[in-house]
Design a protein around this ligand. Structure first.
Ligand SMILES: [Zn+2]
Ligand SMILES: [Zn+2]
Length: 132
């Protein structure tokens, strides 16, 4: 994927730090700010945590990255993909995307609550195959 073109399309400068953040997220899938910082500081020793926060914030605001809230854990970030749910390993903390249709659940929640629902975030907890 041509991330430089996508960044430019969203009026975001393709700085080396941003490209490396994208690189890391496409490699690892989901990372929190601390994990990103640890991985980035090797390559950019002068990089501050505040700069990473700023970059992540603007890229999330422009719908280039998505923030994922995992109960009892720090928020993680991922590249924008089509809507999906997550499974989380309670032993090693691994987060994996699951592509299942949650439309029926969404409709049921709308019916029961009478809310006008916009989004949903579904997280399943358990043990991954490596830890089982
Ligand atoms: Zn595990
Ligand atoms: Zn995900």
């Amino acid at each position: 994927m041509n991330y430089i073109a996508i960044l430019k399309g969203k009026k975001l400068a393709a700085t080396p730090q941003r490209l490396e953040i994208i690189n890391l997220l496409s490699k690892y899938g989901h990372l929190n700010i601390d994990e990103l910082y640890k991985l980035l500081v090797d390559k950019f020793p002068s990089l501050s945590l505040a700069t990473i926060y700023k970059n992540i914030h603007i890229m999330t605001e422009k719908d280039f990255l998505a923030e994922v809230q995992i109960p009892n854990k720090k928020n993680v970030y991922e590249l924008i993909k089509k809507a999906h749910s997550h499974v989380v390993c309670s032993k090693c903390g691994e987060i994996v995307d699951v592509d299942i249709d949650t439309t029926a659940l969404f409709d049921a929640a709308t019916q029961v609550s009478h809310f006008k629902l916009q989004t949903s975030s579904i997280v399943f907890n358990g043990t991954c195959p490596k830890c089982a």
